[in-house]
Ligand binder design. Structure first.
Ligand code: MN
Length: 228
């Protein structure tokens, strides 16, 4: 076994329900505008145009249970999303086989520096500065498919300080989980450890330090995330 020239980066490991073993993360893909009502609120056509994706970094996934308000923004938005964890991958995966590659599902948040994202959009520049910042994706415990199957419907809800801000249903996704996996695999080689954030329903909005987010998706439980 070879040694490294510097200290090796840590493997990002996420907790899994019912086991002490954790899920190691490779890549994080995020779909944009996957619920029609959210596409409309962001000023876009809700028609089924081809999906588009951006990426976060593996170490942006944060199971710590709190969200530190990031620097360089005064308009940080919540986006509740279902995270899909892959146990295998490949190229050109057929829609019919796509769900065979899923290990499990978890609650997650695609926290967004909306002001910075908006500036980047206006200039036709990449979104990382608005999306892929430190601890930008709080994530809950992973529920394996062997326990819960594949959630295709169920209420999606995010409250800020007890008030419902986002609500929808998993069955409102424009691109289903199987279709996202298949589509991504035409462009990237998917592999075990890849995570897909599957988009957010309408109602995104800002949070402030001191707020508390209560996040729930039917079948995946709930999590409470203070903004610190
Ligand atoms: Mn999102």
């Amino acid at each position: 076994m070879s040694t490294f020239t510097i200290e090796a980066p840590r493997v990002i490991a996420l907790p899994v329900a019912g086991t002490d073993a954790s899920f190691p993360v490779r890549r994080v893909y995020c779909i944009g505008r996957n619920y029609a009502a959210h596409a409309v609120e962001m000023g876009h056509d809700p028609d089924r145009e081809p999906p588009f994706f951006f990426q976060k970094n593996a170490d942006n996934l944060d199971p710590s249970g709190e969200f530190p308000y990031p620097p360089k923004s005064s308009d940080v938005h919540h986006e509740i999303e279902m995270a899909v964890m892959l146990k295998s991958g490949g190229d050109n995966i057929a829609i019919e086989q796509a769900l065979d590659h899923v290990y499990g599902y978890a609650l997650s948040l695609d926290m967004t520096r909306r002001d910075l994202q908006g500036e980047q959009k206006k200039m036709g520049r990449p979104w990382e500065i608005g999306k892929a910042f430190e601890r930008s994706a709080p994530v809950g415990i992973i529920h394996p498919v062997t326990d819960i199957g594949h959630p295709a419907q169920g209420r999606v809800e995010l409250k800020v300080n007890g008030e419902v801000k986002q609500e929808g249903d998993l069955n409102q996704m424009i691109w289903k989980v199987s279709e996202m996996i298949s589509y991504l695999s035409d462009y990237f080689t998917l592999a075990a450890g890849d995570v897909i954030l599957s988009g957010t329903p309408a109602g995104v909005g800002p949070v402030s330090k001191g707020d508390t987010m209560d996040v729930s998706i039917e079948g995946l439980g709930t999590m409470t995330i203070p903004v610190v």
